[in-house]
Design a protein. Structure first.
Lengths: 644, 262
């Protein structure tokens, strides 16, 4: 990509003072680095420009950066920042290195001391006085949740105010995450991330869109918060509000407690929202994926629906053509989303897939009955820790003697396990053996079952871990079948594609256009099939396909994925049964997929291309370090920064 | 005698073989060397003798070295030849094996010209080293295989990859009605695409390009419709069963280039 960047110096009244080009011929701009964060937008930029150009440098310059792409033949504004300090003119360095800031930092120049009583978050944001900050109010995009807050701000910068409001707005952090910042048009935004549910902005695959990622999992879990706040009477004093807990996380990881001090007085309901936001964000381990040298490409354009627009933006007509037909025209794909990767990635969720590997995946740890449906009229099942193999708890399933078969529990996975290779589970029979069946079902209705019954072996009072390879080998053969109403024909012997496949076929008289077939898998074991032909008297190909299990025996369906697991008790005998069940899992060969937010990006713009160093998922030190780095003392402080 | 050419991004070819020598025919072009390197992670065994390999060995980039031995009646002609050769080397994208219809992706690493004694821009040895960005040759002409499949009926396509490395092919599905699920399975590998646009008017074609790592539906990049946990796949060498699935009737075309070490 050449002609990547253009920088325009603009006066405070919007007059263009100068234009610098990254054009490889003129070489005004040598390099540029932009640091962006999910909260805030552009934070800093660095610019190396040729000293011999005639740009006039002055304090408080507004810099607008445009990236140009060769496809749309257009410049698009990507970042806007400002410089405060101008380098000295006396240097002999042929390059001038400028550093500047994003307009996010303008919000640190003003402070607020004001009390809001039961006021909507959006109302508070719009009520702030932004004069003198060089923001463009016409570009503001405030989409705050409909939440009221009572808060007393005392000498807080606007950044601190917005961070506090954001903390309350993110009550439902997992399902509806908000951000705030200043965009390229100097407009303040406070809005939810675009992708919801499981949706993502883009999916990126290792080996294709990026190489050699750094993947970390942070175990800085917080699932219990002791929250303090400044008092209404004396902002320098603090009072205890409440303790907030995520019991599901505590059940899994134990109690991980932190103390939080909110340096403003905030109403208790809002405190609860803020605490919930922290717990939703921090109660599970965080995954962080760092990608270096991400190649930011031009938007793609391929043959398809293209639209001509006149100067007023009205579509004249659309047709299917190729770009080579009109190489000098300007195309706007007005009706469809822009294809390919944009110049930079916006704040949103992204699907990151790292290279496929053999993996062991957890279906259920059996630490909780949440998510399990139960049909156990003749038995009881509870969570227990009498004897635990993995995790903290197990299922304990008990019944009296002589109970009938059929009691079951069933679990539906939140995320399908694609293309499973094996399944496994652990069972403990207490004193007496029992008959229990595990059935794994795909979203296509395919089933795989294994029944465990240690009556013959007498193995009890010990954990048994089972692992079964799922059917993988496939056998296929094709026959000509001529449907007819004629007499039965002699059995057909078919040469198998694989050893141990079909043995014999018997063809029986057909009514209308049905043909009955029997497949003898093993001597004496017949499988009935019925084939319907389109037209009587017209030969039809019959393709017989089936799977072989690990012993080479015909099995039936292969599982394309695992959607559900059902555990069913067989008929009881004269003994009461107690069965413990732990950790149900599967193995597959798959891409490891993570849905993460883009937290930080550093874009390095050279003359020919743009490379990004991206961070997905939030890096965490302790909560204390996190806040220490982020804001000054007296804000949403944790632990050692609590006021006493 | 294998004939080679340098090909640029527009498909223009610069033939390397010449008539400077008659034995062997077609010239002075000499394939000097072809070197390979592997990325391996080998660690010493902690207490047993020997060492162990961690992970898979990966063929890294490789270098190919050629020399030519040109002579021209005068310096103007020789300079013209060198200009044309250097221009071709500066814009080369593929080295083409014209005889066997193969290509390899390259970038010029270095060029040297050694003039014959007593000659200045009149005759000399022109040597150049090409860095092979993909360390394998591939068919210059794309191969295709087509198959029609029925809705909700997995089709096992017998496919023989008689090259020497795995293939990263393109699968093109063409449908006539809205089709919400497409899946390809080869051995342990699966890619599944669930896209709400596919099959609607103007979006009847889906291309899953396992080489470029992109899925197109019509003219849109719909890579984000790839089902979580699945991703781009390759076709191993030898006889394979490619399982094709669509929840509507579809015509499937597989486009591929076989790969070779030499």
């Amino acid at each position: 990509m050449s002609n990547t960047i253009e920088a325009r110096v603009v006066s405070i009244t919007g007059e263009e003072v100068y234009r610098l080009n990254g054009n490889t011929r003129n070489g005004d701009i040598i390099n540029a680095i932009f640091n962006w964060e999910k909260i805030g937008g552009l934070r800093e930029f660095q610019l190396d420009i040729n000293r011999e150009n005639e740009v006039t440098l002055f304090p408080g310059m507004r810099w607008e950066f445009y990236f140009k792409d060769e496809i749309f033949l257009d410049f698009k504004k990507i970042f806007t920042g400002y410089t405060e300090i101008i380098p000295t003119a006396e240097s002999e360095n042929p390059l001038i290195s400028l550093t500047g800031k994003g307009y996010y930092w303008k919000l640190k120049e003003k402070q607020l001391t004001q009390t809001f009583t039961s006021t909507a978050i959006g109302t508070i944001i719009n009520a702030l006085d932004y004069s003198g900050l060089d923001l463009d109010a016409t570009e503001f995009d405030i989409q705050a949740p409909s939440v009221n807050i009572t808060v007393e701000f005392k000498n807080k910068t606007y950044i601190q105010v917005l961070d506090t409001l954001l903390a309350v707005a993110n009550e439902n952090y997992k399902t509806n995450q908000y951000i705030w910042g200043v965009d390229e048009n100097r407009g303040l935004y406070f809005k939810p991330l675009p992708s919801t549910g499981t949706d993502v902005n883009k999916k990126l695959f290792e080996g294709y869109q990026f190489q050699d990622p750094e993947v970390k999992v942070s175990d800085k879990i917080v699932n219990s918060l002791d929250v303090f706040r400044a008092t209404q009477a004396d902002p320098k004093a603090t009072e205890f509000v409440a303790t907030y807990n995520d019991t599901v996380s505590q059940g899994e990881y134990g109690i991980r407690k932190e103390k939080v001090t909110v340096s403003d007085y905030i109403d208790t309901t809002s405190i609860a929202r803020l605490a919930n936001a922290i717990l939703e964000e921090r109660s599970d381990p965080d995954k962080i994926i760092s990608i270096s040298n991400f190649y930011v490409k031009d938007a793609e354009i391929v043959e398809g629906n293209l639209v001509f627009e006149d100067s007023s933006g009205v579509n004249n007509w659309a047709w299917r053509t190729s770009l080579t037909d009109f190489p000098n025209a300007v195309f706007r794909d007005a009706s469809l989303s822009q294809t390919g990767f944009d110049r930079i990635l916006e704040a949103d969720f992204y699907g990151i897939s790292t290279k496929p590997q053999n993996k062991t995946l957890l279906i259920n740890e059996c630490d909780s009955l949440d998510g399990w449906t139960q049909n156990t009229p003749n038995s009881t099942i509870i969570i227990n820790d009498d004897t635990v193999l993995t995790g903290r708890k197990v299922f304990k399933w008990a019944r009296a003697a002589g109970q009938p078969a059929g009691d079951y529990i069933e679990y539906t996975l939140l995320d399908l396990i694609q293309n499973p290779l094996a399944v496994g589970f652990s069972i403990y029979f207490d004193t007496y053996p029992a008959n229990i069946t595990f059935t794994f079902t795909s979203s296509f209705g395919q089933e795989y079952s294994q029944t465990i019954d240690t009556s013959n072996t007498g193995i009890v009072d010990t954990w048994l871990t089972f692992n079964f390879n799922l059917p993988r080998d496939y056998v296929s053969t094709t026959l000509d079948v001529l449907p007819s109403a004629g007499p039965p024909v002699e059995p057909l012997e078919v040469s198998p594609v694989e050893a141990g496949a079909l043995q014999d076929l018997q063809v029986e008289p057909a009514a209308t256009n049905f043909q009955d077939l029997q497949v003898e898998n093993s001597p004496g074991t017949l499988l009935d099939l019925q084939v319907q032909a389109e037209t009587i008297g017209t030969p039809e190909d019959l393709e017989v396909n089936y799977w072989l299990d690990e012993n080479g025996d015909a099995f039936g369906d292969r599982l394309d994925n695992i959607e559900k697991v059902r555990i069913t008790l067989g008929a009881g005998d004269s003994n009461a049964n107690t069965i413990y069940i732990d950790r149900i899992g599967a193995q597959n060969f798959s891409w490891a997929y993570s849905r993460l937010t883009l937290e930080k990006a550093e874009y390095n713009v050279t003359r020919n291309f743009i490379l990004g160093n991206l961070e997905f998922g939030k890096k965490r030190d302790t909560l204390t370090d996190q806040i220490k780095n982020k804001v000054g003392k007296g804000d949403l402080a944790f632990d050692m920064y609590a006021k006493t | 005698m294998i004939e080679y050419a340098l090909q640029d991004v527009d498909g223009n070819q610069f033939n390397l073989n010449d008539s400077m020598k008659n034995n062997p025919a077609k010239g002075s072009l000499t394939f000097n060397s072809d070197s390979f390197s592997y990325d391996t992670n080998i660690v010493e065994n902690t207490f047993l003798p020997g060492s162990v390999k961690i992970g898979n060995a990966r063929l890294q980039n490789r270098s190919i070295e050629f020399t030519l031995n040109r002579a021209e009646p005068n310096s103007d002609d020789y300079k013209q030849y060198v200009n044309e050769l250097l221009q071709a080397l500066s814009t080369v994208v593929y080295l083409i094996d014209v005889t066997n219809d193969r290509r390899i992706k390259v970038i010029t690493e270095s060029i040297s010209i050694n003039f014959d004694d007593g000659s200045l821009y009149h005759s000399g040895n022109e040597g150049f080293v090409l860095n092979c960005l993909n360390p394998y040759w591939e068919d210059n002409t794309e191969q295709t295989v087509s198959q029609s499949i029925l809705a909700n009926d997995s089709f096992q396509l017998a496919f023989n990859n008689d090259g020497y490395l795995e293939i990263f092919s393109s699968f093109r599905f063409t449908v006539t009605v809205a089709t919400t699920l497409v899946r390809i399975t080869i051995g342990n590998q699966t890619i599944s695409v669930q896209d709400s646009l596919f099959g609607t008017t103007g979006f009847e074609v889906m291309v899953i390009n396992n080489d470029a790592g992109v899925t197109l539906v019509g003219n849109l990049n719909r890579t984000k419709s790839i089902t979580e946990g699945t991703g781009f796949i390759s076709i191993p060498t030898g006889a394979q069963e490619i399982e094709l699935f669509s929840n509507q009737n579809a015509d499937v075309t597989i486009t591929y280039r076989r790969r070779y070490y030499v």
